[in-house]
Design a protein around this ligand. Structure first.
Ligand SMILES: CCCCCCCCCCCC(=O)SCCNC(=O)CCNC(=O)[C@H](O)C(C)(C)COP(=O)(O)OP(=O)(O)OC[C@H]1O[C@@H](n2cnc3c(N)ncnc32)[C@H](O)[C@@H]1OP(=O)(O)O
Length: 253
């Protein structure tokens, strides 16, 4: 029963809403004479009431190429018809938050404390521009998903260039989001990357994920990472995502 209602709200594997956070202890000393209600309000987590931050919106760290590409796709999310009426365009920007719903146990050994502190790997560094600055756009008609990435100074691998693991992370993120939109909840089963040319630290690159084929539980996608003007191929990848049942996530097995 519980699983069914959770399943309904968990459609599309939505990691998009904030988690009602854990109760946190009062930092200030308890005021003598406060009512029970007032004391309860005192320990209610503030973020519960606030709107979650969408990390895929422009910020001051974005360079001109990042902004240009964002505007290129964002302008195609809504198009103006004759007569000035607006309608949905071919692309859709995917919002991005740093926490996911915690219906899943994430493994039976994961403590409540760890769960309350969990953050999405690609969104866990607060300083704007320091690590992964990215935004995803989806084109369902063309079965394509595009990621625009500005790689910050904390992603260094070889001196002056982006770490291969960081590139893999972003390929997994773009293809994973794409496969989720195509097939519902999935896990990465296989990710195969050819690194063709290094990505300069601080530069902006484009990741393009395309559906290759779908076979039963399997969704195969390909991904190319190119320079912002498309002239240089940095990496190419193939990925296999296997559909999983929501119960698998819920039960942590
Ligand atoms: C807007 C949204 C944003 C969403 C934003 C999300 C972005 C982040 C995305 C990050 C995604 C991740 O990092 S996920 C984390 C990394 N991945 C994992 O930890 C996965 C660990 N592995 C597993 O849990 C499991 O092995 C699974 C789920 C992958 C598969 O297990 P299963 O469900 O039991 O499936 P199983 O029956 O064995 O296999 C089904 C079919 O797939 C094939 N198959 C299974 N594994 C493989 C494999 N490695 N290579 C080839 N083929 C395989 C089998 O042969 C079979 O084919 P046939 O016989 O039917 O032909």
């Amino acid at each position: 029963m519980m699983a069914a209602s959770v399943r309904a709200t968990f459609r599309l594997f939505q990691p998009l809403r904030p988690v009602p956070p854990m109760r946190i202890p009062l930092r200030q000393p308890t005021v003598p004479g406060r009512t029970t209600v007032a004391r309860t309000m005192g320990v209610l987590p503030l973020p519960f009431f606030s709107k979650p931050r969408d990390f895929s919106l422009p910020n001051s760290s974005w360079g001109p190429e990042m902004v240009r590409l964002y505007e290129h796709y964002n302008s195609q999310c809504e198009v103006e018809r004759e007569g000035g009426e607006k309608q949905k365009g071919p692309w859709k920007r995917l919002p991005s938050y740093n926490r996911v719903l915690k219906y899943a146990t994430g493994g039976v050994y994961l403590s409540k404390l760890i769960q309350s502190k969990a953050r999405l790997f690609t969104r866990n560094i607060k300083e704007p521009g320091a690590s992964f600055e990215y935004v995803l756009f989806d084109n369902s008609e063309e079965q394509k998903c595009v990621g625009i990435l500005q790689a910050g100074h904390l992603l260094e691998g070889p001196p002056g260039f982006v770490h291969g693991g960081a590139i893999a992370t972003m390929i997994d993120t773009v293809t994973g989001a794409h496969a989720t939109l195509l097939s519902g909840p999935v896990m990465t089963a296989n990710l195969n990357i050819n690194y063709r040319s290094p990505i300069p630290l601080g530069s902006t690159v484009v990741l393009e994920s395309c559906l290759d084929k779908k076979e039963d539980k399997k969704t195969f996608v390909t991904c190319k990472v190119t320079s912002s003007n498309g002239s240089k191929l940095h990496s190419e990848a193939t990925a296999l995502f296997v559909s999983i049942s929501v119960c698998k996530i819920l039960d942590g097995v």
